[in-house]
Design a protein around this ligand. Structure first.
Ligand code: HEM
Length: 233
């Protein structure tokens, strides 16, 4: 499932090579087939899982499958990258890692700061459904605009010392989970997952260090590391 998700989200990127687009389409088709089977099984024998819950709603089969795909993909991609980007940021700003190890009460602001400091999702688009003016700019019906979340996260008008990693930063009005009606439905889960990962690492492996400089994946929209090799002192 992770492999399907990793292939599918490449669709969000610009200038996607044909082989990657084909792999994304093939993965999407396999994922949908798999979920249709799961939906059939759960219809016959419901369990305590999200597909069974969705079946109890009034969604059509297509809507149910699309919702399950969205939840599973959104749930897989960004959180993993916050943990990778975030641990990298902490270990390359050793004072902040040591601050976290010494003060577990900084866990919650630390999660927010890691999402802000190295944003896992860089771009979301909107298409104007009517002519509109936003902040003095006219956007005609049908035109697209892109919100650059990584740039917003370093806006000096919003953040004091925006390029500084400060795990105690409060307030921290980042837009990492979006805003308005499409605000991330998984934000509470993501916060718990990231906090649990950081808490385990900081309490069990306080001597954690990078074993090598990690390599970033080349994609722009979904920003993350190819791998993060670590060692303990
Ligand atoms: C740190 C991790 C995460 C980040 C940074 C993140 C970020 C975002 C952002 C920026 C949006 C708004 C998209 C837009 O405005 O077009 C969004 C929407 C969404 N997210 Fe997350 N997300 C994360 C984790 C999750 C998880 C764990 C789930 C599910 C289990 C999830 C499910 C969704 C869904 C379903 C939407 C669409 C909501 C809608 O359109 O009404 N996300 N997320």
């Amino acid at each position: 499932m992770v492999t399907w998700s990793n292939h599918i989200v490449k669709m969000y990127e610009y200038g996607l090579a044909e082989d990657k687009r084909d792999a994304a389409e093939a993965a999407a088709a396999e994922f949908v087939d798999y979920l249709r089977d799961v939906a059939k099984q759960r219809a016959n024998s419901p369990g305590e899982d999200i597909v069974s819950d969705l079946l109890r709603s009034e969604l059509t089969e297509d809507e149910l499958v699309a919702t399950a795909v969205l939840l599973l993909m959104a749930g897989h991609e960004a959180t993993v990258n916050v943990i990778g980007n975030g641990v990298n940021a902490l270990l390359t700003h050793r004072d902040q890692w040591e601050r976290l190890v010494a003060s577990p009460d900084l866990l919650d602001p630390c999660v927010e700061e890691l999402i802000r400091f190295d944003a896992p999702l860089q771009l979301f688009e909107r298409t104007a459904t009517t002519d509109v003016e936003i902040a003095g700019f006219r956007v005609a019906e049908g035109e697209k605009i892109g919100a650059l979340l990584g740039a917003a996260a370093r806006d000096p008008k919003v953040f004091d010392r925006p390029d500084t990693l400060d795990i105690g930063r409060t307030p921290n009005a980042h837009l990492g989970f979006g805003m308005g009606i499409h605000y991330c439905v998984g934000a509470p889960l993501a916060r718990v997952e990231i906090a649990a990962a950081l808490s385990s690492l900081a309490s069990k492996l306080p001597g954690l260090e990078l074993a090598e400089t990690p390599e970033r994946r080349p994609e722009f929209v979904i920003r993350g590391l190819r791998s993060l090799r670590v060692t303990t002192a």
